[in-house]
Write a protein that binds this ligand. Structure first.
Ligand code: DX5
Ligand code: ZN
Length: 219
C-alpha cells in the first residue's frame, strides 16, 4: 500500500508571515497544501478566498488542495482553477447537482474531491464514487480549526474503503479535522490515504517533525 499523504492546513498558519510557513511546508515531507475556503453561509465562519490562494500558489511547490466550504460552489470552480487549485473539493451537502459539479471540476482540468460532513452517510457517494479523485471525510464539523476528532469517523473510513473496493473506484480517502500524531496510526489502519492537519502542525514547536510523524503514523 502506498505511503500516506500529509496535507497541512494553512488555516492554522501565521497569516502575518505566511511565506515562512509555506517555505516550511515546501521543505517538509508534506505532500499537499490544504486550503480552507469558508463563506459564512455553508459554515459559520469566514476564512480566505481567491486572491490569497493566488498568492499562495506562487510560493507553493506542492499541489494545492482547495476545500470549499461554500454554497453554490459551481459558480466559482473556474475562478479557483485560475487561482491555482490542483484539487478542488466541494461538499456533497452544498451540491444539488453533485454529478454535474464533479464533471465541471474535471472538465476544468482539476482533480475532483467531494467532502462529507460528519452526519452524511458514505452511501450518498455510491453513484458517483467512480468519478471522484478524492473523498474528504470530515472528522469534525467544518468551520473551525482546533476541534476534537469525532470517533465515528473510523467507521466511515472503513465503509468508504469497502465502497471503493466493491466498485473498483480509484478515489483517495482524505480525512480532515482533529488529526495529530496521536491518531494518525489508527486513521491509516482504517484506510485513510491523505491526512489533513492544521493546529497539530502549526502549533508544534517542530512542525516539520510533526508532519513527518503524522506521515509515519505517529512515530
Ligand atoms: C475545518 C477545516 C480543516 C481545519 C483542520 O473546517 O476543514 O481543514 O483547518 O484543522 P485542525 O487540524 O486544527 O482540526
Ligand atoms: Zn479542510
Amino acid at each position: 500500500r502506498s505511503p500516506v499523504l500529509v496535507a497541512p492546513s494553512l488555516l492554522a498558519a501565521n497569516f502575518l508571515d505566511l511565506g515562512k510557513d509555506i517555505d516550511m511546508v515546501n521543505r517538509s515531507e508534506a505532500d499537499w497544501f490544504h486550503l480552507d475556503v469558508m463563506d459564512g453561509r455553508f459554515v459559520p465562519n469566514i476564512s480566505f478566498g481567491l486572491p490569497v490562494i493566488a498568492q499562495i500558489k506562487k510560493a507553493a511547490r506542492k499541489p494545492c488542495d482547495v476545500h470549499l466550504m461554500i454554497e453554490e460552489p459551481e459558480k466559482y470552480a473556474a475562478d479557483f482553477q485560475q487561482a491555482g487549485a490542483d484539487i478542488l473539493t466541494v461538499h456533497a451537502e452544498a451540491c444539488i447537482h453533485l454529478h454535474r459539479n464533479i464533471q465541471q471540476i474535471k472538465g476544468l482540468g482539476m482533480k475532483a474531491g467531494v467532502a462529507l460532513n460528519p452526519h452524511t452517510p458514505v452511501v450518498v457517494l455510491e453513484n458517483v464514487i467512480r468519478d471522484i479523485d478524492v473523498v474528504l471525510i470530515m472528522s469534525v464539523n467544518p468551520g473551525f480549526g482546533g476541534q476534537t476528532f469525532i470517533g465515528q469517523s473510523y467507521h466511515k473510513i472503513r465503509q468508504l474503503s469497502q465502497l471503493i473496493k466493491d466498485t473498483n473506484a480509484h478515489a483517495l480517502i482524505e480525512v480532515d479535522g482533529g488529526i495529530s500524531p496521536d491518531n494518525a496510526a489508527n486513521l491509516i489502519q482504517a484506510g485513510a490515504n491523505v491526512l489533513v492537519a492544521g493546529s497539530a502542525v502549526f502549533s508544534s514547536p517542530e512542525p516539520e517533525k510533526t508532519i513527518a510523524a503524522i506521515k509515519r503514523g505517529g512515530r
